[in-house]
Design a protein around this ligand. Structure first.
Ligand code: CMP
Length: 137
């Protein structure tokens, strides 16, 4: 059993897509182990995306991620990191496969509705960034 950190970003929350995203997870039999709504500060957004520090989009994406509330979730299932990434689609929605969340709803490479951890190491860091051991169980 594997875990990953999923985020419905401020654009997804603002556009009332929380239920739509969760429904897609549930219909794929992905289990929700924890969930919370939170508005990140700019400093917290920078800490979350620290692997991207120095990249041209770092300032903009951390502004965006702290611009409104997001919904953070811990997902659980067999190969859930890869499974959820397939459901999300490519970071750049123009390259995302048909039927994916980003293909259907993203409006630009930054405002791409959802985030998902890209490896077990990243998932461990990202889950710990949003949730305490007691909240995840
Ligand atoms: P995410 O998967 O959350 O990881 C980093 C985020 O930075 C990415 O989704 C996008 O929202 C944003 N971003 C903006 N521009 C780029 C880019 N050129 N390459 C990758 N990510 C980008």
């Amino acid at each position: 059993m594997e875990r990953t950190l999923a985020i419905i970003k401020p654009d997804g929350v603002a556009r009332n897509l929380v239920g739509t995203v969760i429904q897609r997870l549930e219909r794929e039999a992905i289990h929700l182990a924890a969930i919370k709504m939170i508005r990140l500060t700019k400093v917290q957004a920078k800490g979350f995306y620290k692997v991207h520090e120095g990249k041209p989009f770092f300032d903009s994406v951390t502004d965006f991620m702290s611009s409104g509330p997001c919904v953070a979730m811990v997902l659980e299932g067999e190969d859930v990191i890869a499974h959820y990434r397939n459901i999300m689609g490519a970071t750049d929605y123009k390259k995302a496969a048909e039927g994916t969340i980003r293909k259907e709803f993203a409006t630009d490479i930054e405002k791409n509705i959802v985030h998902g951890s890209d490896s077990p190491e990243t998932a461990a860091f990202e889950i710990g960034y949003f949730f305490s051991a007691m909240e995840v169980g």
